[in-house]
Design a protein around this ligand. Sequence first.
Ligand code: TXA
Ligand code: MG
Length: 335
Amino acid sequence: MLQNTDEDIARAGAILRRGGLVAIPTETVYGLAANALDGDAVAHIFEAKGRPQDNPLIVHISDLSQWAALVREIPDRAMALAKAYWPGPLTIILPKSDIIPDEVSAGLDTVAVRFPSMRTAQKIIDAAGVPLAAPSANLSGSPSPTCARHTMDDMRGRIDAVLDGGDCNFGVESTVVTLATEVPRLLRPGAVTPEELREVLGEIEIDEAVMGKLKEGVKAASPGMKYKHYSPKAEITIVKSTLEAFCQFTEQMKDKPNVFALCFDGEQEHIPLPCVTYGRESDALTQSHRLFTALRELDERGAGVVYARCPSTEGVGMAVYNRLLRAAGFSVMKL
Ligand code: TXA
Ligand code: MG
């Protein structure tokens, strides 16, 4: 484990430069980084995660000036978006330039780029001296890691190093928007909300994979969205109801083994099941910060069946709902 010191950041940079893999902190989740311009190094990311080969990676930069070399051109609307929300939890997709290896784009003709705001992430990219391809640093299919311990739990023995930069601020992955389509399209919701995107871009489309399950045979615009994701071992069902109805419903379950509730802070006193909490009901940022940790906690406590209180889908809540929906394998009930 590397620490958040100048010496260790320099070490991380050296490992990355010679083609190694380092898990790094960002303001969203931990990323599993490799030199984005080295196809062989990037191929090792897929091996370490067990990631499907058709799922492209995000390229991380530490200065706006590094973007131009990665894409065919930067249209005005893309630059306006970057000026508004970079550095930060936003990924922008554009047609790629020739220096992007096929391993990064997974055969697509576009590339996703993000300029993270966490200072430590920027320093590691600077130390490496190259842009870094980095998916979330979890084993494919499990919740994204939001602290160094979760990263270690998944990646021990599979990569060269983890750099501990503390807890991630947002706790869910970046907003992904493509500007390679005529109308900008939101592919994955995150901390930069649809309203914030509209302020700069005007009209945007929300991909159907964001709030529901893709229909059989429909090609995913964002390959990552078609996989069951963020899943703890437990079987989760999202319950749309009032707290009162939720308590009545769970009352019938309380004598069954390994049945848990995933609820909002303070609700544990009312719910007759063992509970794991994921933030305040009225505050989506606390929910995004907690959600993946809560999912891992359910596993650690041996949950078999989980009933989850449903978050609001407003603002950042859309990202929380999107991740929880995938963790639940799209299982939702209404009381
Ligand atoms: O916050 C984040 O974005 C984190 C941190 C480490 O930066 N990274 C992350 O990467 O979440 P990953 O690989 O777990 O998710 C990237 C998502 C996937 O759903 C992938 O399919 C999509 O972005 N994606 C990447 N490149 C794409 C492209 N060219 N076209 C469409 N979707 C793309
Ligand atoms: Mg991921």
